[in-house]
Write a protein that binds this ligand. Structure first.
Ligand SMILES: [Zn+2]
Length: 438
């Protein structure tokens, strides 16, 4: 230790041996004497200064690098952030487009669907009302039975069971309609760029809407088919009663009621091609339903039932016969039915009582006006139970079976008149069986 410090002391005293610095100015020589200690102190001061300069320089250089590195990180972050904002904005734009487009599309689609639905609903309800009235008539007619009182064997009623089971030519027309409807629905082009969420959402709306459209077109076609089927059946009833269809149908009435039943008014410029096709078809179906409605109302005034709903026997037919009292050939414009004395005599269709009293030869007689040109007469009654002007429904009691007037025994003489001409009532009662026989 002491040897080592002795060597350091020797090196220091050799490095910093006492020095004198001479300085000459204006011929005078000055000198500064520097002791070893002074030199060591000076060297210490210089050394410390140099160290400080070195530290400061290094520090400055590194700080610059730190700042550059920090700046770089910041710039990277900034870029990433901007990119995120841009992508968010794009996503927002897409969502916004989606909202605007889908909302518009949805509203338009919904408006069309619901206006088509209203049209359909109005027609279905109208048709259901007609069905219910025909159903009630069929029930009444099946209760009264054939002219001799026979009831239907199986009770199947074609009028009520109208759902088609076997494919018909009209049904193959339905599949054509279905295809047409699908094509129409697919024609609609989307305003959204392909592949975007908006396009996908619109696609979804469009496909749901076209499904509904197809269903609505299908229902419409089905409604038309059923209305036409029922018109055909009621036509057969009219024709089998010996009447001309054109004769019983009030033509002007059909034309006038058509437009009123067309459903809500739709501005053509706001409606897609598909809906235009729907409403064009709906107008046709409306025509068929209107025709059915008119025909149904006519059918309700056709006396298709029998004046007696109790056990009865037809004793005299319609046409020229030998008079039971004077034995001469004479026309007989009605049917004679015999049954138990004072059996209830009932209206053969709904109507208004036009006559209720004694008429020469007919005895106590009731005459009912059923409307649409149909009138029925019930003669030789024992008692009359209705007054003139009274409204009656089918099978309402109007009197009791008797023997009044020019009669040889208790019976009811029954007549049917259409537009002032006598008709064979038997054909009417038999035609009524079409309503309930399969
Ligand atoms: Zn008679």
């Amino acid at each position: 230790m002491s040897r080592k410090s002795g060597r350091v002391k020797r090196i220091v005293s050799r490095l910093f041996k006492e020095r004198q610095i001479y300085h000459r100015s204006d011929g005078v020589v000055h000198f500064i004497s520097m002791s070893t200690n002074t030199q060591i102190a000076l060297a210490g001061v210089i050394g410390a200064f140099l160290l400080w300069v070195a530290y400061a320089s290094v520090n400055v250089v590194f700080k610059e690098q730190i700042i550059v590195a920090k700046d770089k990180t910041f710039r990277t972050m900034e870029t990433t952030y901007l990119k995120q904002i841009q992508s968010q904005k794009a996503a927002y734009d897409d969502v916004n487009t989606l909202n605007v487009l889908t909302e518009k599309e949805f509203e338009m689609t919904l408006a069309e669907i619901s206006s088509r639905h209203q049209t359909l609903q109005a027609m279905v309800e109208r048709k259901a009302g007609i069905d219910a009235r025909i159903d009630a008539l069929a029930d009444n007619l099946s209760r009264a039975g054939a002219p001799n009182g026979a009831k239907p064997v199986n009770g199947n009623r074609v009028m009520i069971d109208v759902a088609p089971i076997e494919p018909t030519p009209r049904q193959s027309r339905l599949s054509v309609l279905r295809r047409e409807a699908l094509d129409e629905a697919r024609k609609k082009t989307s305003a959204a760029p392909p592949g975007s969420p908006a396009a996908a959402a619109l696609q979804k709306i469009e496909s749901s809407a076209s499904d509904l459209y197809i269903e609505q077109m299908y229902l419409l076609a089905q409604l038309e088919e059923r209305a036409e089927d029922m018109i055909d059946t009621l036509k057969r009833v009219v024709e089998s009663a010996g009447l001309e269809y054109a004769d019983v149908m009030p033509a002007a009435k059909i034309a006038n009621t058509t437009l009123a039943q067309g459903g809500p008014y739709i501005d053509a410029s706001n409606v897609s091609d598909a809906s235009t096709a729907f409403f064009r078809h709906a107008n046709r179906v409306g025509l068929a339903v209107d025709e059915l409605r008119t025909l149904e109302s006519v059918i309700q005034s056709v006396p298709l039932s029998s004046p007696l709903t109790v056990a009865r026997r037809q004793t005299s037919g319609y046409g020229v016969r030998r008079d039971p009292i004077n034995g001469r050939l004479a026309p007989h414009f009605g049917l004679d039915f015999s049954a138990a004395w004072a059996s209830p005599v009932t209206a053969t269709a709904a109507g208004v009582v036009k006559l209720a009293g004694v008429k020469s030869g007919f005895g106590r007689m009731v005459e009912i006006d059923h409307g649409n040109g149909f009138i029925t007469r019930y003669a030789h009654l024992h008692r009359i139970t209705v007054r003139v002007g009274q409204k009656v429904q089918i099978h309402d009691k109007i009197g009791e079976l008797g023997n009044s007037g020019r009669s040889t025994g208790p019976h009811v003489h029954y007549e049917v008149h259409f537009k002032g001409r006598p008709k064979n009532p038997r054909r009417f009662i038999e035609a009524g069986r079409y309503v309930f026989e399969s």
